[in-house]
Design a protein around this ligand. Sequence first.
Ligand code: FES
Length: 122
Amino acid sequence: MQTVRIGAVEEFEDRGKRVVTIGDAEIGIFRLGDEFHAWHNTCPHQGGPVCQGRLYALVQENLDEATKQSHGRLYDEDKLNIVCPWHGLEFDIRTGQHPGTSELALERATVQVDGGEVYVLL
Ligand code: FES
């Protein structure tokens, strides 16, 4: 196994990312507050560069329970999806899972934070 230093924690903005090439692998490293997540940059749909996509908060309909009338949209900032730039499929940035099917998921890479430095283990 190879341990590769990616950079200092403070070099990553909250909700920021860095996509790096390590040997034959391309890895996207994402910071969400104190959490770091790393994914292989290959979409399970058709191989697009999913880590180059944008992060969006989960959109929910703000329904009145009694009338079922919509009062617009709500954005759940705790549930962030990355949207693949090729065909728009979304994946939970924390779990890598597509929200609609368990058959599509990102491939996780191991990321560690040690002494204020971010590392990927491949
Ligand atoms: S390749 Fe990612 S959505 Fe199609």
